[in-house]
Design a protein around this ligand. Structure first.
Ligand code: ADP
Ligand code: MG
Length: 680
């Protein structure tokens, strides 16, 4: 049997079982043995019946001395039995498993696992698992519990694992070179796989897990570093000259840059004069001023005779960028065009022509920018905004619109640095960790719906003073149609509650143009209160809006709440964020508390990560990262750090992985890059 033999080579696997295993993505022995336990049950400690505690999972040995009884109670069949050891007896109860009565053999000993509970006035062990004790019973053990699916029991998975392990025993090839295992104190592979399934000791389990988590993250990181190397090798970067243009660009802005903005621009300057192609991620909390950085960089590229483009995830945002760029560029004679899906045919034709003949120097747009028919005259800089909405493929399609194009990616999702290395492993990272001066703290409060009248009065007062407000009411309906209806209903109610305010609403079902009109109306101050689902989540900038009211706030994750809150506090007036929620769950409460206590995106994202787990937080899938089988990006942060330095060390030693003891690793990583398509 080989690591990559089909699972059907194992005893007892027919077509039907094979298909069921495939539902769990198990095709080969490797898939099976890397189907790691989700948790473990400790059955290593065996208790005497007389010592059984109440309500605690316990394991005990008992003999069958009396026949069980089946009885019917409505739709349930109860099977009751008394079992014995030398200290006494205990009752056992199963529901709807009448066959248990006969499956336990008189006089035999079994290992039972279950909880002693008091129900219907009796103390009984409810629905225990039980396992017959053979002659070579070596005591209790720690039992793995697997992610399972319909038709595959834990017992069956356990048996398959045991079978596969005994067949493969000692035969799993070690892929990690010895120097690495020594340096990072990693267990050997056979040991690790055996002990992750059936840990013999607690230490054995920890060693096994550490090794496997390390391996998984190490391979992922090495693959990403290699991807980055390929990117760096992929051509000569355009070398920009005329550094003076950077100061000129800066002088075009109506404010002085923050130190953080200056630092990031320095990093960009270094990249774009280095002869390598820039691939840089600019991470900055909402409102930190990423657009300014984009404007100056674009100005520099344009002054060098190149075109620059910025791609935003929504039309509303693209429009907003269009306005920001135009305001700065038009007075100095730089032609800015807007390219979105809702252009009319004629407009589109004209715009495309300008992009192709170089008349258009700054191209602002949505996905429309990367469509087929779009030809650039001489693209030198591609910027994508709010990157977490775009996959890497879209990013590179944009860069492919020119030759050796520099890429700048901007995101407002603050991600702990170590994680960013994984999520954006192919990019260099800059962080704008400072907000422009004069921003006031946003007062955040979390209340329940009893406060609505007070909130409405608060909004009225502020609107009367010339301010504006956002009201977010999240998706609560199953269907989009109902959702739209609920937003409309809510808006109607607000119109009644806020008689002196001009209220309007935007939702996902609206046409882009309609949405734009309302957004424009809000930006121009013709609308006082804007009701929306979450379409305004990213990037909208209306400094006069000072209130953010979020209904059903429990429906949002922390990162999203933080994004939403970032829509206010953008001007000189004091701003407020009000979170309304009637949910009293622990997680909801914790989120509200975090929001009222912190305004730091990094702190909030760490907390979010902790509360939700990384999968949900990042939408790992959405980023195109393969799902991790064993590592937990939050809990295993320390191992992640080690794996990252190990990956760097490995590639420094042997960049192409040519050494003999790196052979297996290279094969693995090549396969990995292909199969998991990290191109995303
Ligand atoms: P984000 O990083 O969220 O994209 P923006 O680029 O939209 O932030 O900037 C938010 C607001 O801050 C804008 O109104 C912008 O004009 C302003 N701003 C940016 N940089 C500075 C600065 N250095 N000084 C003062 N205001 C700034
Ligand atoms: Mg922005």
């Amino acid at each position: 049997m080989e690591w990559n033999s089909p699972v059907s080579t194992l005893k007892g696997i027919g077509e039907q079982r094979e298909r069921k295993l495939q539902k769990l993505d198990i095709y080969t022995i490797e898939d099976l043995l890397t189907h790691y336990p989700r948790e473990y049950k400790d059955r290593s400690e065996i208790i005497k019946i007389a010592d059984l505690p109440m309500d605690e999972p316990s394991t005990f040995l008992a003999q069958i001395k009396e026949e069980g009884q089946n009885s019917r109670h409505g739709r349930l069949v109860y099977t009751r039995m008394k079992v014995y050891d030398e200290t006494g007896s205990v009752g056992v109860l199963w529901y709807n498993q009448p066959y248990m009565k006969n499956s336990l053999k008189m006089g035999e000993w079994y290992l039972f696992s279950g909880k002693l509970q008091k129900k219907y006035g009796r103390k009984e062990i409810l629905s225990p698992e039980c396992e017959r004790i053979g002659e070579n019973f070596a005591g209790g053990r720690i039992i793995p519990v697997y992610p399972a699916s319909v038709g595959i029991s834990q017992k069956m998975l356990r048996n398959l694992m045991e079978e596969a392990l005994s067949q493969m025993s000692g035969g799993m090839r070690e892929e990690l070179p010895l120097w690495l295992r020594k340096e990072y104190k990693l267990a050997e592979r056979n040991f690790a796989i055996e002990n992750i399934h059936f840990p013999k000791t607690e230490q054995g389990f920890y060693d096994a897990r550490r090794r496997l988590v390390f391996e998984e993250l190490f391979i992922l990181q090495t693959a990403l570093y290699q991807l980055k190397n390929t990117l760096e090798d992929s051509g000569e970067g355009i070398i920009l000259k005329k550094k003076k243009a950077l100061q000129e660009g800066e002088a075009l802005l109506p404010f002085a840059l923050t130190n953080a903005q200056k630092r990031v621009l320095k990093e960009i300057e270094k990249d774009m004069t280095s002869g390598k192609i820039m691939n840089r991620l600019v991470q900055g909390d909402v409102g930190s001023g990423k657009t300014a950085v984009a404007i100056i960089t674009a100005y520099w590229a344009i002054k060098n005779g190149y075109q620059a483009t910025i791609m935003a995830p929504t039309e509303v945002l693209a429009n907003q960028h269009f306005e920001s760029f135009q305001k700065i560029f038009e007075p100095v004679g730089i032609e800015v065009v807007l390219l979105t899906g809702s252009l009319k045919a004629k407009e589109k034709r004209e715009t495309l022509e300008k992009v192709a003949n170089g008349e258009a120097q700054m191209i602002v747009g949505t996905h429309a920018v990367i469509q087929k028919g779009v030809e650039f005259y001489k693209l030198g800089l591609a910027i994508t905004d709010e990157q977490h909405r775009f996959g890497v493929r879209q990013r590179s399609t944009l860069a492919d619109k020119g030759e050796n194009v520099h890429t700048l990616v901007m995101t407002a999702t603050p991600i702990p640095r170590t994680l960013a290395l994984i999520l954006y492993g192919d990019l260099d990272i800059s962080i704008i960790d400072e907000l422009p001066p004069g921003r006031q703290k946003i007062d955040t409060s979390a209340v329940d719906s009893r406060y609505h009248q007070r909130i409405y009065a608060f909004i009225q007062k502020h609107v009367a003073a010339g301010r504006q407000a956002y009201v977010i009411c999240p998706m609560i309906e199953e269907s989009e149609k109902l959702e739209v209806q609920s937003v409309l209903n809510y808006t109607e109610e607000l119109v009644k509650e806020l008689p002196d305010c001009r209220v309007a609403c935007v939702h996902g079902k609206m046409k882009a143009k309609e949405k734009q009109e309302i957004m424009d109306g809000f930006a121009a101050g013709n609308i006082d209160v804007l009701v929306s689902t979450t379409v305004i989540e990213v990037g909208i900038n209306v400094p006069n809006a000072t209130i953010m009211l979020i209904e059903n706030a429990e429906r949002f994750g922390l990162a999203q709440l933080h994004q939403l809150r970032g829509r206010v506090g953008r001007g000189s007036e004091k701003s407020y964020c009000i979170l309304v929620s009637d949910t009293k769950t622990k997680v909801a409460k914790e989120r509200m508390k975090t929001m009222t206590e912190s305004e730091d995106g990094f702190v909030i994202s760490e907390k979010d990560l902790k509360l939700r787990g990384p999968g949900e937080f990042f939408g790992i899938r959405q980023h195109g990262l393969p799902e991790l089988k064993i590592a937990d990006l939050y809990k295993d942060m320390a191992i992640l750090k080690e794996a990252q330095s190990a990956a760097a060390e490995l590639l420094k030693k042997d960049r192409a992985l040519e050494a003999v003891d790196h052979q297996l690793l290279r094969e693995h990583i090549e396969g990995y890059l292909e199969e998991k398509s990290l191109e995303m």
